[in-house]
Write a new protein. Sequence first.
Lengths: 298, 123
Amino acid sequence: MDRRHFLNLAAVGGGAVFASGLAGCATARTQGMAQGDHKDFYFVQLSDTHWGYQGPANPDAQVTLRKAVATVNALPTPPEFVVFTGDLTHTTDDPAERRRRLAEFKTIVADLKVKTVRFMPGEHDASLDRGAAFKEYFGDTFYTFDHKGVHFIAIDNVSDPGAKIGDEQLAWLKADLAKLDKQAPIVVLTHRPLFDLAPKWDWATRDGAQAVELLMPHQNVTVFYGHIHQEHHQMTGHIAHHSAKSLIFPLPAPGSQPNRAPLPWDPSAPYKGLGFREVEAEDAGKTYTVTEFPVVRA
Amino acid sequence: MSKGLSRRLVLQGALAGAGVAWVGAGSAEQGEPRVIEMVARRFAYEPNEIALKAGERVVVAIKSIDFVHGMNIPDLNKRLDLVPGTITRLELLPQTAGEIEFVCDNFCGDGHETMHGRFVVRA
């Protein structure tokens, strides 16, 4: 029994795991193999932890992140790495408090058994100081790395308070993509949606279309992002975009109500709508299967 | 205020959802528009609901007092940066009844998500 088969059985049997296969939706399959060391693997995406938030939308905010870390640590097969796609902390005007929150967050996630952890900023971390505090604790706000033949690109669309990637970073992206074969598997990690998901709720990247245009010639691109505190799956051409759940409070479906206020906490179902996901790379990194996990497994 | 009209914004768009068509095409021949003053502050527009009348040309004169707030009006495919120390003028000529929303799209702090408003156009 392989790991994914086990997960699907767990979903059917215990209801503790929701598994959604995205093959055919998430990415277009391509002919031929790109060069490189391609092996199936999986990573975990956590997003929008908002450490420092205090409010009725999550009266359990002091322990939610810690419980999620424990759940990740208890996965039967450890992920090869973990990514946090922004809003690690809840925003504050006080630079000292911002740093205190970033430091506490870093201490908590240091308990992850998996030691390869990638961090990205969200607007709550970075927009009020253009990423200065984030960089002190986590380094660059945009970067690339490679894992088993898949090229990962972390795009920063939050350090500019106007939700712009900016000309400099777009030029960097263009230069990075120019080095790749058009068939190479690419995963983009970012915080905001790169497409206009719901501009009336500020769920967009002002120059995201330019990034998508640069990515379009590449045949195997998948985007994982956060910001909207819920699962959402959308295609722009052949590029799949998948948003992740939050670990603080869920938000309503795009445009489903006048305001984007947090969904109320349900005392009868703590952590409802919250969680993290496994992302399993298959087919030489050209297809991805996403499996959603709750904060606490039964 | 008439000097400010030299920065007229020509707005064209259509609201597929609300069925409201907008055309900004003010000219001196049409007379002076009604001026509506608005303040942008963390984390609200004041007022955040503005009543307009179809066929009436207006100028919304917006003063930001604490941040370079944004004003994004997706249905008009129009956005503005509201720079403190300046008055930003938005000229509108609504044609038919309906509502159109606007939102701050420059992240301004804990409460940014509540900073939005709407124009309500009556026939």
